[in-house]
Design a protein around this ligand. Structure first.
Ligand code: DLL
Length: 432
């Protein structure tokens, strides 16, 4: 099933033609209407008329979060405020938030992009969908809400938190599709077990999880416990919100809506564009957005783009699950580590849960990476010998994957914080 088959199954040459036409319009609009772009173009001595082929995009300047902050709140808007019908913002952990706006046409576009993602992950007008993302300035709640309504599903806007109520609603209302962060889905599954419920007591079929990195072990866990097919979807507020890419039911890479977001992969250090298939930082250019045209926005997300025939029939370029953000990466004694590498390694072990925390500490001049990993009840804390063997195996495995030896502590079941939104698993105490 497709939502906009014409675009989702477009032949590559037609896609290229469409992207070029839309790129020219975007560049023209950004240059004419956003002072920041006019200045950046002039600094690089480029003008919209220099865009003759898609490859010419390399001549254009990048946009970063700092540009959005400098223009806080409305400096990057290309339309007057009376054309704006919605405002969202991304919280950001430091400094000012970044503000994003939507015209009526932007809202239409957004709804369609999310409807595409939901349709490819199995949603139809017959479903009852529970949106357990926070509603508010975060784009997740409202973004998925409008997209799901557009598909024609019955939307339950429950928002995040109050997990007992989430479960009650899921059971009594006969929810068939769930939208949440993967960490929150795990937490819902956990409470279900505690209440003695199984997947047979609920009616879930599809789960749409995104907004943070998650691996295959977590997917298997969520699918097993909730009895649904779990797909990943990706987006970011600076470029629109959810709806940029998502997995189909093949669960094999995310289809990126490239007719609306032109993707590139760059080397984050040299800023060189890398060939298709190579891993690097994702850069996105909006091809239809009115309020905030983004030219070569540096997402900081590390991923890979590739073309591959998908059994679902979609021809859109595929994007690998992002393994993390360049700014999430931490360095321990000179070794670069992404939290997702830790999660992947942990996924290979039985008897531990997907709940963990990483504490970065200093011991003299050296960095220490302390990993707190929650076990399930089947590791007998009273059987010291068995536990030691398990711990040594785990530490060795992690050391070989991460290239540095962590200090691993097994902690009691349910002792690590649960997250209702995006999980925060790294605490860097070296700077405190
Ligand atoms: O998280 C938008 C969104 C909402 C996407 C709901 C999907 C579902 P922000 O709060 O601006 O927007 O955060 C964007 O979250 O740059 C990535 O680092 C991360 N992210 C989002 N989706 C995924 C994903 C929303 N599927 C930032 N896998 C992005 C990994 C993701 N990371």
């Amino acid at each position: 099933m497709f939502w906009q088959k014409e675009f989702e199954t477009m032949r590559l040459e037609d896609m290229r033609r469409l992207q070029l036409e839309r790129l020219k319009n975007t560049v023209e609009n950004a240059y004419e209407s956003v002072p920041c772009y006019k200045r950046k173009f002039e600094e690089l001595k480029v003008s919209p008329s220099d865009i003759k082929t898609l490859d010419d995009i390399k001549k254009l300047p990048f946009t970063t979060k700092a540009d959005l902050r400098d223009g806080y709140p409305y400096g990057m808007f290309a339309v007057p405020l009376n054309k704006v019908v919605r405002i969202h913002s991304s919280s950001g952990t430091t400094g000012k938030p970044t503000v994003v706006g939507y015209t009526r046409n932007d809202m239409e576009l957004w709804k369609n992009m999310v409807a595409r993602i939901l349709t490819m992950g199995g949603l139809t007008g017959d479903d009852i969908i529970q949106i357990s993302f926070t509603y508010g300035l975060f784009t997740g709640g409202f973004g998925l809400h409008y997209g799901a309504e557009h598909v024609g599903a019955a939307v339950i806007p429950v928002s995040s938190g109050n997990t007992a109520r989430q479960l009650l609603i899921m059971k009594d209302y006969g929810t068939t599709a769930l939208v949440a962060t993967p960490s929150y889905a795990l937490h819902i599954a956990e409470l279900m077990e505690e209440q003695g419920l199984t997947k047979n007591d609920i009616s879930l079929k599809y789960g749409f999880f995104g907004s943070e990195p998650w691996g295959e072990a977590v997917r298997a866990d969520i699918e097993g416990k909730l009895g649904l097919k779990a797909t990943d979807n990706y987006g970011l507020s600076e470029v629109m919100g959810p709806g940029i890419s998502g997995e189909c039911l093949e669960q094999n890479g995310m289809h990126l809506n490239e007719d609306v977001y032109y993707p590139e992969i760059i080397d984050p250090d040299t800023l060189e564009v890398l060939p298709e298939g190579e891993e690097g930082e994702l850069v996105l250019t909006t091809l239809g957005r009115e309020t905030m045209p983004m030219i070569r926005y540096r997402t900081r997300d590390i991923t890979r783009l590739y073309r591959e025939k998908c059994p679902c029939g979609r021809t859109l370029i595929k994007m690998e699950k992002p393994k993390g953000r360049t700014d999430d990466m931490f360095i321990v004694n000179g070794v670069n580590i992404y939290p997702s590498q830790v999660e992947e390694a942990l996924g290979k072990f039985e008897n531990i849960t997907p709940h963990y925390m990483i504490y970065l500490k200093k011991k003299g001049a050296l960095d220490v990476m302390e990993l707190h990993i929650e076990t399930n009840d089947s590791i007998f804390f009273d059987e010291m010998k068995k536990q030691k063997v398990f711990l040594d195996n785990l530490t060795d495995k992690l050391a070989s994957v991460l290239q540095t030896k962590p200090k691993v502590l097994l902690v009691m079941p349910k002792s690590i914080e649960r997250f209702t939104g995006k999980a925060k698993r790294v605490v860097d105490e070296r700077l405190m």
